[in-house]
Design a protein around this ligand. Structure first.
Ligand SMILES: Cc1cc2nc3c(=O)[nH]c(=O)nc-3n(C[C@H](O)[C@H](O)[C@H](O)COP(=O)(O)O)c2cc1C
Length: 194
């Protein structure tokens, strides 16, 4: 009997940190790989997305379904829903703290908790500057629980010519972290693409 191909599913969570510019290049990259992308956005995430990009989450490309932040009966609440990974982009210090402490106050925190217990990839694109001691401790705690701390820092050595191009270099690094090969990308050491 022919087995059906199971498409990979990823969760993208948007929280109220600065750096919404990084979202679209990463979502487009996921779209190019043909994976399923679901989203959750915090209330502060909606505000900052509107302020920085003039968008609502539902305007963003590639995400086929947005879950309500307080709907604990939504699929991301359960390990059985089969997400391959979750990226919190950008990740506020408040959400980082909740994830580091295992609080499940909203669906973003709960989904992150689930991904960690299922030993799946959880990438936190934490954004604040400078960091205080609590932020640093929470990052270490989340790291020790299995999360990958991946702040949105573009690869300037790749000489991006615009803010969008800089954001794309970070999207490639996120793809690396979730184990997604991207064919058309720049790498250090290659003249053109790798
Ligand atoms: C324009 C704007 C930019 C912000 N940037 C950051 C930031 O970079 N990092 C951060 O931790 N919080 C930032 N905040 C504050 C968070 O939005 C706030 O702490 C919020 O409670 C986070 O909630 P959430 O984690 O549920 O999204 C910002 C707020 C605004 C209005």
């Amino acid at each position: 009997m022919k087995k059906e191909k199971v498409e990979k599913k990823y969760l993208v969570a948007v929280t109220g940190a600065s750096g919404m510019l990084f979202l679209q290049p990463f979502l487009r990259l996921l779209g190019e790989q043909g994976v399923i992308v679901h989203g959750i956005c915090s209330d502060a995430g909606r505000d900052v997305l509107s302020f920085e990009e003039g968008l609502i989450p539902e305007d963003l490309p590639v995400v086929s379904q947005w879950f309500d932040l307080h709907d604990f009966s939504a699929p991301p609440s359960s390990g059985s829903s089969g997400y391959s990974g979750m990226v919190v982009l950008p990740c506020s210090m408040g959400t980082l703290a909740a994830i580091a402490c295992g609080l499940s106050i909203n669906l973003i925190h709960r989904a992150a908790d689930v991904l960690l217990k299922e030993r799946k990839k959880l990438i936190l694109a934490v954004r604040e500057t400078p960091f205080n001691r609590t932020h640093l401790q929470n990052m270490l705690q989340a790291h020790d629980a299995g999360a990958i701390i991946c702040p949105p820092m573009p690869g300037f050595y790749l000489k991006p010519q615009s803010l969008e191009a800089a954001a794309e270099t970070f999207a490639w690094r996120l793809a690396d972290q979730i184990g997604m090969p991207v064919t058309s990308r720049k790498c250090w050491g290659d003249k053109e693409e790798c």
